[in-house]
Design a protein around this ligand. Sequence first.
Ligand code: FAD
Length: 137
Amino acid sequence: MTDVAVIGAGISGAASAYEMAKAGLDVIVIDRFGPAAMASGWTLAGVRQSGRHPAELPLARKAVEIWATLSEELGGETHYRRGGNLRLARTPEEVPVIEALVKEQRAAGLDLTLLRGNADVRAVAPSLSERVLAASH
Ligand SMILES: Cc1cc2nc3c(=O)[nH]c(=O)nc-3n(C[C@H](O)[C@H](O)[C@H](O)COP(=O)(O)OP(=O)(O)OC[C@H]3O[C@@H](n4cnc5c(N)ncnc54)[C@H](O)[C@@H]3O)c2cc1C
């Protein structure tokens, strides 16, 4: 006897179904096309904390924690790698925006660094343009 029917096998439905099954419920997942057929199959696969609204941060932090060991937990390779996230200032006007972002996000508890100048940014991501002026990392 099924306890819960989840409609949609994207990340939201699949993750919810997985957690409910772990909690002991009998769950069925139904999708009109198949797993990850819509947005979840098109994602660029970033797991980002920086630049989030403060209300979203606890969820983003939990996601980073979960992804770190998800391959072992699921018994399947997720290819998740934690390499950091860069937000770029490409014009002089964008530099103070990035500086403010770093300040705000650090105050919210994130370990963000301000990379000042093209050399510092390209030390992290060498293939970036020489025109990038600063970045949050
Ligand atoms: C190009 C792109 C890049 C993105 N990059 C990122 C990223 O780097 N990082 C990130 O965190 N997010 C990213 N996102 C956002 C992320 O992909 C979505 O927020 C997430 O996948 C949404 O998941 P979902 O399960 O809510 O929806 P979906 O993945 O859209 O799943 C919904 C499922 O429900 C099914 N369905 C709908 N209606 C019915 C019905 N009536 N009956 C049966 N089945 C139905 C659909 O077929 C679908 O499979 C990106 C999105 C796009 C489009």
